[in-house]
Design a binder for this molecule. Sequence first.
Ligand SMILES: Cc1cc2nc3c(=O)[nH]c(=O)nc-3n(C[C@H](O)[C@H](O)[C@H](O)COP(=O)(O)OP(=O)(O)OC[C@H]3O[C@@H](n4cnc5c(N)ncnc54)[C@H](O)[C@@H]3O)c2cc1C
Length: 301
Amino acid sequence: MRGHKEAASRMKPPAFDYILADSVDSAVAALAAAGGDAKILAGGQSLVPMLNFRLLKPSVLVDINRIPGLASIEDAGDAIRVGALTRHHKLETSPLIAQHFPVLACAMTHVAHLAIRNRGSIGGSLSHADPAAELPMLALLLDAALTIASPKGRRTLAARDFFIDALTVDLAADEVVTEITLPKLPPSTGWGFEEVARRSGDFALAAVAATVTVADGRITEARIAMTGVAPTPRRVDEAEDMLVGKVLSPGALNGTIASVRAAAEPATDLHASADFRRHLVGVLAGRALRAAWRRACGDAP
Ligand SMILES: Cc1cc2nc3c(=O)[nH]c(=O)nc-3n(C[C@H](O)[C@H](O)[C@H](O)COP(=O)(O)OP(=O)(O)OC[C@H]3O[C@@H](n4cnc5c(N)ncnc54)[C@H](O)[C@@H]3O)c2cc1C
């Protein structure tokens, strides 16, 4: 025991017990047995830094990396089902994702650097819920649903109901996100993704993802999601509604941009002022919507 303590004092993170789960049920059982004092280890790209800074001190880490079947991307007819352990890089390079959600593939190239994207997982990013992360914004944009396992069974939750506050989601200590379901988009849907970060690979100062669906030259559905400008990612329902039935004229776009800025609740920090972020998110929304409109009209690849 003395040796254990001495070794622990030489480690950057606090001492913890380690459990390698071989199934979702065993992971859930291990979480429940720890009585709220365990953390899941997925890619470790957010968890390990938090342990090293001693911002978290779980007594147990439950490693889900060896659970079979948790990292697949499957076509389920009207939706694509993505396992929670699917790495960012796989989302970036998957032919199925490129075919059905090019906006998601594009967004992944903005997440950190390749080494981090090789390990970071979609379930980890959604559960960690960094206020400037790309995947939570994409989950909102694409009307994703999360499948969550617990000792009581399985539940499904819309991404809209999952994100509560910065780094806070609707997930109990004994629950594991197992799958993310992405409903396919309607035909004639274009997309746009715009982000500004201080350096390539940094978290976004602000980012916007948008889709526009067009029939007979008019918008039948618009979706706008933003990140980096509020404690959680946001869908901008009012701005989306304003576009339905319209062409993307400069007038329509100006009203939408104003609505996006009004919905933002940015903070001032070391990297940018709240005013700058509010201005920026409007500019990015305009660019993302114009790109989505051009693609929906067949004027851009
Ligand atoms: C230098 C650096 C730069 C980065 N830049 C960006 C960036 O620009 N954009 C961005 O979005 N992210 C960025 N990240 C974060 C990266 O995307 C992480 O991989 C991601 O946020 C967490 O995924 P993970 O699989 O590593 O999760 P982990 O670090 O293993 O876990 C994160 C949290 O989620 C919980 N968790 C993990 N999986 C599950 C699950 N299946 N069910 C329930 N809870 C779970 C863990 O217990 C933990 O609390 C960066 C990270 C680093 C180190």
